[in-house]
Design a protein around this ligand. Structure first.
Ligand SMILES: [Zn+2]
Length: 100
């Protein structure tokens, strides 16, 4: 079951789901031909959070998204964006939330 990467709440089917997309530093990039769910350790939060790796040649991949963090609300997106911008050894850029 997919959870919000900030507050860890489970998504209910009917609720809108946002994604915070990031670009990794080159040597930390994760690629997967089919796309999958991984857990990324965040040093600033000392915990692992869920992240979606887009499949190669998927729309997200073509747009330069290396990872998408599932987010339940814009508020969580703001907080997550702040936390991710501190992960400079892993994450190069944090982009706006997108509606999934
Ligand atoms: Zn949340």
């Amino acid at each position: 079951m997919l959870r919000c990467s900030w507050c860890m709440k489970k998504f209910k089917n009917a609720k809108p789901v946002y994604g915070l997309n990031v670009k990794f530093v080159e040597e930390k990039k994760i690629s997967d031909s089919d796309g999958r769910m991984v857990h990324i350790h965040l040093e600033s939060r000392n915990t692992s959070v869920p992240m979606i790796v887009p499949g190669e040649n998927s729309e997200a991949d073509k747009q330069g998204m290396d990872g998408i963090f599932p987010i339940c609300s814009e508020k969580c997106g703001d907080k997550m964006g702040e936390a991710l911008s501190k992960e400079i050894s892993t994450i190069q850029t944090v982009n706006k939330t997108i509606k999934l």
